[in-house]
Design a protein around this ligand. Structure first.
Ligand SMILES: [Zn+2]
Length: 452
């Protein structure tokens, strides 16, 4: 008889699938064994449920910091809840909080705040004009153009002068060119204000910088196909393994869809922007083929009020912005659409929907369960394994890895509503959309945290 946790079901890794049992050490939460039969199971999952190594979202914005200025829209406690709800057991937070995370002291502060949660919360450290690498091994983040927050550069020379100190480090890039953004900022829609050229122009010098400083690079939330894909292929052919993330938003929505319904722009505005259908199709193909490594949401928990900032009602009205938006949509669609196309707050909350979204990839986009294991569990796990100092590893169902699991029910559809969300932001760009499956359970180090 063992005192450990035994889980039985259909386990999926990127290179195999097996039906059997795993044993998880009750004290350390680490997988000890994987075989056909070990003993009386603690949890049994039916054969039609898919058990993955716990999903990891390596690009989120958590908003909590010592200023507490943005904790009205998210904090680590609600990140933890939203993650577990979405089947995500580790997240990596971007450093552009109100007080950008750039020093060891700040990193220690954030780590301390996150220690209490079952979700493992990792942090990127920001690169600014005056920053230097820390003594510990961490991933860094560079914003080549303005997005959300003040941590950004305005041109190649500035990026270069900062990154010359980071040779050989792990650096993730937000790739958009400041000058191209400025030149287009009077255009009608978010897509036209942030054209493909904005990504391609910055990409040309970002790839050169990666090569010059030999960086372990990752390009964040990729949004374009076409020329950018050719540029990245040529760069890899020169011997660099620069990796790519893509967000569910860029895989599910495209700007062509919004040509018919421009009133939806505020709910899908993010940076870089969603582009035309041909780009979306190439992103899906890129994720399936392995050209893109990570499904990462860019979870950005702005409130609905912030997303609808162009819908400020008349002073004497007691309507909220959202009520005013709805009112205009019904009574004056043209005006609603005009305002919806104006610039608003970029970013969307997506942690709660990470797991359900993977079922759409499987059912509607021909991803195999092994593909999902690769882009949602194994690759994100390998990314954080480089920086994690704990006793176990993330990303596979294997001896020595954490017994953290995401159990997906691929055939019980789920319609996204506000009531089911745990993010403090309280809304989702996928509201009203029915995904073909759902999260059945989230297990962290052998402990059940969510059961659908
Ligand atoms: Zn981001």
């Amino acid at each position: 008889m063992t005192n450990n946790i035994i889980i039985e079901g259909r386990f999926i890794n990127s290179d195999e699938e097996f039906f059997g049992q795993i044993e998880i050490d009750r004290k350390t939460g680490i997988i000890l064994k994987k075989q056909n039969y070990i003993g009386n199971p603690t949890f049994i999952f039916p054969k039609d449920k898919l058990i993955f190594a716990g999903f990891g979202d390596i690009h989120i914005h958590a908003r909590e910091d010592e200023t507490e200025r943005q904790m009205y829209k998210e904090e680590y406690a609600t990140v933890n809840q939203a993650a577990l709800n979405g089947g995500v057991i580790h997240v990596s937070c971007m450093p552009n909080t109100p007080s950008p995370l750039t020093t060891q002291a700040q990193l220690d502060w954030h780590k301390e705040r996150c220690r209490q949660f079952p979700t493992l919360i990792f942090h990127y450290v920001g690169v600014g004009k005056q920053t230097r690498p820390l003594d510990v091994n961490v991933p860094y983040k560079v914003f080549t153009g303005p997005s959300v927050g003040d941590l950004f550069f305005k041109n190649e020379a500035e990026v270069r002068s900062a990154l010359q100190h980071y040779k050989g480090k792990s650096v993730s890039f937000h790739v958009e060119d400041y000058d191209v953004l400025q030149a287009n900022n009077i255009n009608r829609t978010h897509q036209e204000r942030r054209p493909v050229a904005c990504v391609e122009t910055a990409l040309a010098y970002v790839l050169q910088i990666i090569e010059d400083y030999d960086l372990e690079a990752k390009l964040c939330h990729w949004s374009t196909g076409g020329k950018s894909i050719e540029m990245i292929k040529a760069h890899r052919a020169r011997g660099y393994n620069t990796t790519l993330e893509v967000s569910p938003l860029n895989l599910f929505f495209d700007a062509d869809m919004l040509a018919e319904t421009p009133e939806r722009w505020p709910f899908v505005q993010m940076n870089p922007t969603i582009q035309g259908r041909e780009h979306r199709v190439q992103l899906l193909e890129g994720l399936r083929s392995g050209f893109i490594q990570y499904l990462a949401t860019d979870h950005a928990p702005h409130t609905i009020d912030e997303k609808l900032k162009q819908f400020e009602p008349e002073k004497e009205s007691d309507m909220t912005r959202e009520q005013f938006y709805t009112h205009l949509r019904i009574t004056n669609l043209e005006e609603c659409r005009r305002r919806a196309c104006l610039d608003s707050t970029s970013g969307t909350p997506q942690l709660d929907t990470y797991g359900p979204f993977t079922t759409w990839l499987m059912q509607a986009q021909r991803f195999t369960p092994q593909d999902i294991a690769r882009v949602a569990a194994e690759n994100p796990g390998n990314f954080v394994n480089q920086f994690h100092n704990g006793p176990g590893k993330f990303g596979k169902i294997e001896k020595g890895y954490y017994g953290s699991l995401t159990v997906i029910d691929p055939t019980t559809p789920m319609t996204i509503t506000r009531e089911m969300l745990r993010t403090k932001a309280g809304w989702s760009p996928f509201e009203g959309i029915t995904f073909p499956g759902s999260v059945y359970a989230t297990i962290v180090k052998g402990q059940m945290y969510r059961r659908g």
